[in-house]
Design a protein around this ligand. Structure first.
Ligand SMILES: Nc1nc2c(ncn2[C@@H]2O[C@H](COP(=O)(O)OP(=O)(O)O)[C@@H](O)[C@H]2O)c(=O)[nH]1
Ligand SMILES: [Mg+2]
Length: 314
């Protein structure tokens, strides 16, 4: 089963890929086997993260980028992550509507992920979907995430280039600094630049973006109007410029190493966590240990060491 799935994904079969993504979500062992093989066929897609507050226009911007890339003959995968979807279904539906013009285009693959109800965490599911899209041969994979919370920052870190989307006049720049989102920005897009206050926001952001990195890159602050497509070619030119800067010297390799290390450690920590959970469930030692903690007849540090030594002995 797994090898026909692998062949199908490598051949770019949409149905095979969709089924594999669903099976991965369900934790299917044969899907994992296929993923293991697919990873080794990947590494060619350029992964671009698009992150920012809800309503800042990320989906519209992604859709405009898809249009531009399709005109240039590129095949594009899109991963849209939205925290509100499991409750209403509305946000993902909204994204689908915004991206509807691409829905029947065979050169575009759109996958929506909900942030809740996922096994193994959002970062992992996203990474798995990106691995599949990469193996399918998409030139570019755009990952849309809401720029709040640790998971989203982690996802931004796993992209080759991360675009942070802001809007004029909301004091967003201050919030961005607080949330640490500027640290992950390779490019800042002040979207809704058709609204008042865009100049001011661009100026404010230019004052707070970090200086040049060791690779010689300083995040540019660009204005976009995602609804009209204004500034979108310039935005993509900046993405390409960032990737070119990265490919001179060591920075591209450093980024690739950081992405690989990040994914590897994430999987390892996840697996170790599962080993610990399974051990506690099997041994039934959890309840009893909690009782001792509450009674203060034991401390959590010693009990954690005890559990680890039990696992290592196995
Ligand atoms: N005026 C204006 N509205 C925009 C622009 N980009 C997006 N919007 C609107 O902002 C709303 C939210 O956009 P959406 O792409 O769903 O934002 P997301 O939540 O960040 O994905 C929609 O009504 C869009 O039509 C823009 O550049 N200018
Ligand atoms: Mg959206």
């Amino acid at each position: 089963m797994s090898s026909s799935v692998v062949q199908g994904v490598l051949a770019g079969e949409v149905l095979t890929a969709s089924r594999l993504m669903r099976d991965l979500d369900d934790g299917s062992p044969s899907a994992l086997l296929a993923l293991k093989e697919l990873y080794r066929h990947g590494g060619r897609s350029r992964v671009v993260g698009v992150t920012g507050s809800p309503g800042s226009g990320k989906s519209t911007l992604v859709s405009a980028l898809v249009r531009l890339l399709r005109q240039a003959g590129k095949r594009v995968g899109v991963v849209a992550i939205d925290p509100t979807s499991p409750f209403s279904g509305g946000a993902i539906l909204g994204d689908r509507v915004r991206m509807q013009e691409h829905a029947s285009d065979p050169g575009v693959f759109i996958r929506s992920l909900a942030t809740r109800g996922h096994l193994g965490g959002l970062t992992r599911s996203t990474a798995d979907v990106v691995t599949v899209l990469d193996a399918m041969g998409f030139d570019v994979v755009l990952v849309e995430t809401v720029g709040v919370g640790q998971d989203e920052v982690e996802i931004a870190r796993s992209a080759h280039t991360t675009v942070v989307v802001m809007v004029p006049g909301l004091g967003d720049e201050v919030q961005a600094i607080k949330a640490g989102i500027l640290e992950v920005a390779d490019i800042l897009a002040v979207n809704k630049a058709d609204r008042p206050g865009a100049d001011r926001t661009v100026r404010d952001l230019e004052m707070v973006v970090p200086g040049k990195s060791s690779g010689g890159w300083r995040p540019p602050v660009l204005r976009t109007v995602a609804t009209s497509g204004e500034g979108i070619p310039e935005l993509w030119a900046a993405v390409e410029e960032h990737q070119r800067t990265g490919t001179q010297g060591a920075t591209a390799l450093q980024r690739e190493r950081a992405r690989a290390e990040h994914l590897f450690l994430d999987i390892l920590h996840d697996r170790l966590g599962r080993v610990v959970d399974a051990h506690l469930r099997r041994g039934g030692g959890l309840e009893e240990r909690v009782t001792r903690l509450v009674e203060r007849s034991a401390d959590p540090y010693t009990l954690a060491e005890e559990v680890l030594s039990e696992i290592v002995r196995l």
